[in-house]
Design a protein around this ligand. Structure first.
Ligand SMILES: *[C@@H]1O[C@H](CO)[C@@H](O)[C@H](O)[C@H]1NC(C)=O
Ligand SMILES: *[C@@H]1O[C@H](CO)[C@@H](O)[C@H](O)[C@H]1NC(C)=O
Ligand SMILES: *[C@@H]1O[C@H](CO)[C@@H](O)[C@H](O)[C@H]1NC(C)=O
Ligand SMILES: *[C@@H]1O[C@H](CO)[C@@H](O)[C@H](O)[C@H]1NC(C)=O
Ligand SMILES: *[C@@H]1O[C@H](CO)[C@@H](O)[C@H](O)[C@H]1NC(C)=O
Ligand SMILES: *[C@@H]1O[C@H](CO)[C@@H](O)[C@H](O)[C@H]1NC(C)=O
Length: 419
């Protein structure tokens, strides 16, 4: 749904050679997307908080949230990572959409090495280890397809950081368009898988499926199914995921469902506190997120892949935007708390009660340079923090359910947020 960022995986019968990295996708976790942090030209406005040499500063700044004109505070990569570490995040989905092979002034591999090194440093003293899910941008796929050395170089980098990299995500929603999936993702996955096998890479490979691969999700969730033409493409890949005990991922954005039909969906259902619930297939739904999740699991299940661990790669609600409608820090906070409740309280969804649901929030920091795909534009304001690293609301600790979380979810039926 949002900008495509990411990396991915492959086809054919493929069993990863060893699975010594404990990728626990069976227990739920709340992680965070971290990346796309290239807001300003390097060094611009950075007048304080800099302890590195100019060269280090330049390199660090490349992936850091840099200063804006009116707020010349500099958040380096280490400082940005410290912010999310202190909030209890241990799972980081790291991506950098703009890390094109041709456009960067230092190579994507150097940049990847830099951010992974910083993660190791910052999380060294944390009570739990960091778990990085490294997402390769869609722009990498054709390069990997065309030149296996590139796959080998990426894998060599990951192996240098194999204590923190649990999963490599090839691309973001590469199945959005069947031609791109066929021409770029599947061949790139084949090349990468082979290189990973040769190198005995421990990290799991996966990708993020797009909602376009499922159909018939409304008005009945039970009728949801994979689009047959996509299923044909996906089947060998999903079979690989099962063989290697790897998860499959999707993104869930109630905001887009709501903004397309605000009156029909209604804010309470979009944010997770509808009262009375909507009855679908004899089950009561209070949160459209649950319905979106259940439709995906139903479709995977019908195709014979309901047993794959399903991880939500992105979920978000904007806090601002041009011509804002129903977007502010309060509605954003309610969204994250409703999702957090499902993840931490093991309540699952109406169709799959008790099911454990790992989720990555989208995204750690606002990105004022992000391209907006939604209308009105909101893509820039999906961060839990401003570009300067200031939390937009009381995030509390993502490791536990707190009073602040409880309070933000409206209890009163038909309260002032309802439309
Ligand atoms: C971000 O946007 C600003 C303002 O449009 C522009 O000057 C700057 O070059 C952009 N930075 C990047 C890294 O694209
Ligand atoms: C940056 O430096 C200023 C002044 O030295 C300090 O007040 C501020 O807390 C620092 N910011 C961060 C994020 O460390
Ligand atoms: C393939 O990529 C490697 C770097 O990984 C590069 O040295 C080599 O020139 C590339 N080969 C071609 C044919 O582009
Ligand atoms: C759904 O909720 C309504 C109350 O709004 C209740 O009457 C009904 O029994 C519930 N249905 C199920 C299947 O739980
Ligand atoms: C946030 O948006 C909701 C829905 O439009 C509105 O009811 C609420 O007053 C807004 N809150 C703030 C602080 O603007
Ligand atoms: C909330 O409002 C709807 C629509 O006006 C109404 O049907 C419903 O009974 C109300 N719910 C409660 C719990 O008052």
């Amino acid at each position: 749904m949002t900008a495509s960022h990411g990396w991915m995986l492959s086809l054919g019968v493929f069993v990863l050679p060893s699975l010594s990295v404990p990728v626990d996708v069976s227990s739920p976790f709340l992680g965070i997307n971290y990346g796309d942090l290239m807001a300003k030209s390097i060094g611009e406005g950075c007048t304080q908080n800099i302890t590195q040499t100019p060269d280090e500063q330049t390199r660090d700044g490349f992936l850091a949230r840099l200063a804006t004109d009116d707020a010349p505070a500099c958040l380096t990569t280490s400082m940005a990572l410290t912010v999310v570490k202190e909030e209890g995040f241990r799972h980081l989905k790291v991506f950098e959409e703009k890390l094109g092979l041709d456009e960067s002034f230092f190579s994507p591999l150097d940049a990847g090495d830099l951010v992974l090194t910083r993660v190791s440093e910052v999380f060294r003293d944390a009570d739990d280890a960091a778990h990085v899910w490294l997402q390769l941008p869609n722009g990498f796929l054709k390069h990997i397809r065309d030149n296996s050395s590139y796959a080998h170089d990426i894998i060599a980098l990951i192996k240098e950081h194999d204590d923190i990299v649990d999963v490599v995500i090839l691309g973001n929603e590469p199945f959005l368009f069947p031609e791109a999936a066929k021409d770029e993702f599947l061949p790139a996955y084949g090349v990468f898988k082979e290189a990973a096998s040769q190198a005995q890479l421990d990290a799991h490979l996966t990708t993020v499926l797009a909602n376009s691969v499922i159909q018939n999700t409304f008005p009945s969730i039970d009728a949801a199914e994979m689009v047959p033409s996509y299923l044909e493409l996906l089947e060998p890949f999903l079979t690989d995921l099962r063989a290697s005990s790897s998860p499959v991922m999707v993104n869930i954005f109630p905001w887009f469902a709501f903004s397309g039909a605000p009156v029909e969906v209604g804010l309470p259902y979009a944010l997770g506190y509808r009262d009375p619930p909507i009855e679908v297939d004899g089950r009561n739904y209070t949160f459209i997120w649950d319905a979106q999740y259940d439709a995906v699991v139903t479709a995977l299940d019908k195709a014979g892949f309901g047993d794959l661990p399903l991880v939500i790669g992105e979920t978000s609600w904007p806090s601002d935007g041009d011509n804002p409608v129903y977007v502010n820090k309060t509605t954003a906070h309610i969204h994250y708390a409703s999702v957090k409740k499902r993840v931490l309280m093991d309540i699952g969804t109406p169709k799959y009660p008790g099911r454990q649901i790992p989720v990555f929030y989208f995204i750690a920091f606002d990105r004022m340079n992000a391209t907006s795909y939604g209308f009105p534009p909101v893509e820039q304001y999906l961060g839990l923090h401003s570009e300067e690293g200031v939390a937009k609301f009381d995030i509390g600790s993502v490791a536990e359910w707190g009073e602040g979380d409880e309070q933000v979810i409206p209890h009163m039926p038909n309260n002032s947020l309802a439309i």
